[in-house]
Ligand binder design. Structure first.
Ligand SMILES: Nc1ncnc2c1ncn2[C@@H]1O[C@H](COP(=O)(O)OP(=O)(O)OP(=O)(O)O)[C@@H](O)[C@H]1O
Ligand SMILES: [Mg+2]
Length: 254
């Protein structure tokens, strides 16, 4: 099962959620693959132990036609595998034939079958990398910050995916919903904000929200996931609830 985390707006929590959702799913004993499709490579820096050098990265993933050799994919945590970013994929962005090509074929050829879950971290853009990620996704979710200007980006992201889907009858990614990230419930405007958003999005707004927490901002500095940084902390608690809600939503669709 492929899940993409998308939003063309930068800094809304795509990488934070990609890394921690993958980590939490992997901890449940499910073989999980995180693909860092963002040339910025934030998920890669976050999780990667340079001693374990991987020759298989996103450039190989998107360009080479040879089937994936699983032995070349690095296990960065128990049950958690990473296809690290390669900045050079930037040049693929403008190649016309790129969208819907190699990654889609790899999925069709069952090359990812050893993995129960594949999570894709995407760049803050509406380009062929995100397009490719939507093409292979069974599900996608959109994080946003709890601010009016960020929420504008949500509508644009939803429209963008709709356009991709309407141009390709072979794909049908399911929208899991919008996750409010970096929430400060003490702010007086928060309640109004949440209920207005609930009115617009209905059940496409996740009930679980992720608070603005220094442990979430600090953990990447130490290359630690929320669990590794503080297994008793609120960050891990909330992110675990988020994964439970994702599971529940997926169950509802299958
Ligand atoms: N809930 C949170 N509490 C505190 N800090 C957060 C929270 N979520 C994200 N951050 C911090 O905000 C910054 C942006 O988050 P992140 O990198 O996950 O966003 P992104 O959407 O992946 O950004 P980009 O669009 O550049 O890829 C990071 O420094 C991250 O640690
Ligand atoms: Mg990111």
């Amino acid at each position: 099962m492929f899940i993409s985390i998308i939003c063309q707006k930068g800094g809304v929590g795509k990488t934070t959620l990609s890394v921690n959702i993958s980590d939490i799913i992997a901890k449940k004993g499910k073989k999980t693959l995180l693909i860092d499709l963002d040339p910025q490579g934030n998920s890669t820096t976050y999780l990667y132990n340079k001693k374990k050098n991987s020759s298989f990265d996103t450039l190989t993933l998107l360009e080479e036609k040879e089937p994936i050799n699983l032995e070349e994919i690095t296990e960065v945590r128990e049950n958690l595998f990473l296809i690290p970013a390669n900045q050079k994929i930037k040049r693929l962005i403008n190649e016309k034939l790129f969208a819907g090509s190699v990654l889609y074929k790899r999925k069709r050829n069952n090359e990812f079958s050893p993995f129960e879950n594949i999570v894709i971290d995407t760049p803050p853009a509406m380009n062929s990398l995100v397009h490719e990620s939507i093409n292979v996704s069974d599900y996608y979710l959109i994080p946003t910050r709890a601010e009016y200007l960020s929420v504008e980006g949500v509508g644009q992201a939803i429209e963008y995916v709709k356009r991709i889907v309407s141009n390709n009858r072979n794909i049908n990614p399911i929208f899991l919903g919008v996750v409010l990230n970096s929430v400060d419930k003490r702010r007086v405007s928060y309640k109004t904000f949440y209920s207005e958003l609930r009115f617009i999005l209905g059940d496409k707004l996740f009930e679980t929200t992720i608070s603005q927490l220094t442990e979430i901002a600090d953990a990447p500095f130490y290359g630690k996931t929320a669990y590794e940084y503080n297994p008793n902390g609120n960050a891990y608690k909330e992110l675990t609830l988020l994964v439970e809600e994702i599971d529940k939503r997926i169950e509802g669709y299958s």
